[in-house]
Design a protein around this ligand. Structure first.
Ligand SMILES: *Cc1c(COP(=O)(O)O)cnc(C)c1O
Length: 399
């Protein structure tokens, strides 16, 4: 067994420096708890970035993975895969969409959505209708097309030339979209709550207006629910808060209970634009990933998990609001369910590090927004413990 220092040294020597790594080497998890290679325990309010919604190593997911691994790990998508078809049925029955495509990540799900929207528009309206409008501060992935869809120039820098056909508008600004949308628009791609961009919640009025503009201009509405989906916001899907149904929906993060899998769902007539050979993935929807996701989603739908995200989310929100009243450097607390953000009037890095030292994992987005994305299974006790740590760290900052 290696200790933290040894693991860090090995990583420094052999891994690319494509991310800024935190000096922590997790080796074991259970529920909302995580242990590092030196045996220190942490309360995890990051959850693998909204992946471990059922907590670490949920027994139903572990059991499904172990049993499936002993039977069939992989086979080609040229064949019918029982777990894949059953997972598709479960997602369709619990959403407004009709057909599913499986892949391995959020970026791949959005990549598939972009390709489907373009193909559909091309078949229906002709070659000129290919533009996709996305929001500033959005996040849609790191492949060339999805990073281009991502409305944050800092992620584009150095990778030009970017693929054509993407346009950005300010989020929650209907007038700006009305100006940008036109006959060339094939789709509008949005997150109902922007996660990486700073936990920005769309207004109902905005999403209703977006849907109307899309219909008026024959453009598809795509919701990227890679982060907001699957219980995170206190509903199974975030769009259910707003009464606005998308034509295409993308999922990933929490779908596999920690195992990598992504999905792109679409309405029947739109899905039909993909003909045999149009799009595929070698690993996407393999038996092991789908068995993990089936177990995770059955647990999510039967176990009162989504309801807990709503109620414990409301509890955490109130506690964070309380800290906001106490500390003048808190600008705003916002979010939905257990996707909450606390915007500061300063950088959040020091507070994140202070919490890490005291055994609480949180992260910071957009420089100044502390983000809270714990497992959806956390208890009010976990919230109290986390808020007490945060209070200590913020108190020191206030001195
Ligand atoms: C994380 C995320 C993605 C990208 O998912 P990957 O699995 O990292 O490719 C896309 N969209 C949103 C909203 C996300 O939060």
């Amino acid at each position: 067994m290696m200790n933290t220092k040894e693991i860090m040294e090995l990583g420094e020597q052999y891994l690319m420096r494509n991310v800024g790594r935190i000096p922590l080497a997790p080796v074991k998890g259970e529920g909302a708890r995580l242990w590092d290679a030196d045996g220190r325990e942490y309360l995890d309010f990051v959850s693998g970035i909204a992946v471990n919604s059922l907590g670490h190593c949920h027994p139903a997911v572990v059991d499904a993975i172990c049993r499936q691994a002993g039977k069939l790990i992989h086979c080609s998508n040229l064949y019918y895969i029982e777990q894949q078809a059953r997972l598709a049925r479960l997602l369709v029955e619990n959403s407004a969409l009709d057909k599913a495509f499986f892949c391995n990540s959020g970026a791949e799900a959005n990549e598939a959505a972009i390709k489907l929207a373009r193909k559909y528009a091309k078949l229906k309206e002709g070659a000129e209708k290919f533009e996709i409008i996305t929001a500033l501060h959005s996040f849609h992935g790191r492949t060339l097309a999805t990073v281009t869809a991502t409305g944050q120039p800092k992620y584009h820098k150095g990778f030009e030339p970017l693929p054509q056909g993407f346009k950005y508008v300010p989020f929650n600004d209907l007038a700006a979209l009305e100006k940008a949308i036109g006959p060339a628009t094939c789709a509008v791609l949005l997150e109902p709550v922007q996660g990486e961009g700073g936990v920005n919640v769309a207004s109902r009025h905005y999403l209703e207006g977006v849907q109307m503009l899309c219909r008026e201009h024959g453009a598809l509405l795509i919701f990227d629910e890679v982060q907001t989906g699957l219980g995170r916001t206190g509903r199974f899907l975030a769009y259910q808060h707003f009464g606005v149904e998308p034509d295409i929906l993308t999922l990933a993060k929490a779908l596999g209970g920690g195992f990598p899998i992504g999905a792109m769902l679409a309405k029947e007539d739109i899905a039909a634009a993909f003909q045999p050979g149009d799009h595929a993935s070698t690993f996407g929807g393999n038996p092991l990933a789908c068995a993990a996701a089936l177990a995770a989603m059955e647990e999510m739908l039967l176990g009162g998990v989504v309801e807990n995200a709503a109620s414990t989310g409301a509890y955490l929100y109130e506690k964070l609001k309380g800290l906001g009243k106490k500390y003048p450097f808190v600008k705003e607390v916002r979010g939905l369910g257990l996707l909450l953000g606390m915007e500061l009037t300063m950088e959040g890095k020091e507070i994140v590090n202070g919490c890490l030292e005291r055994g609480l994992l949180i992260n910071c987005v957009n420089n100044s927004v502390l983000r809270f994305i714990p497992p959806l299974t956390i208890t009010p006790d976990d919230v109290d413990r986390a808020v007490a740590v945060l209070d200590q760290v913020m108190g020191r900052k206030n001195e």
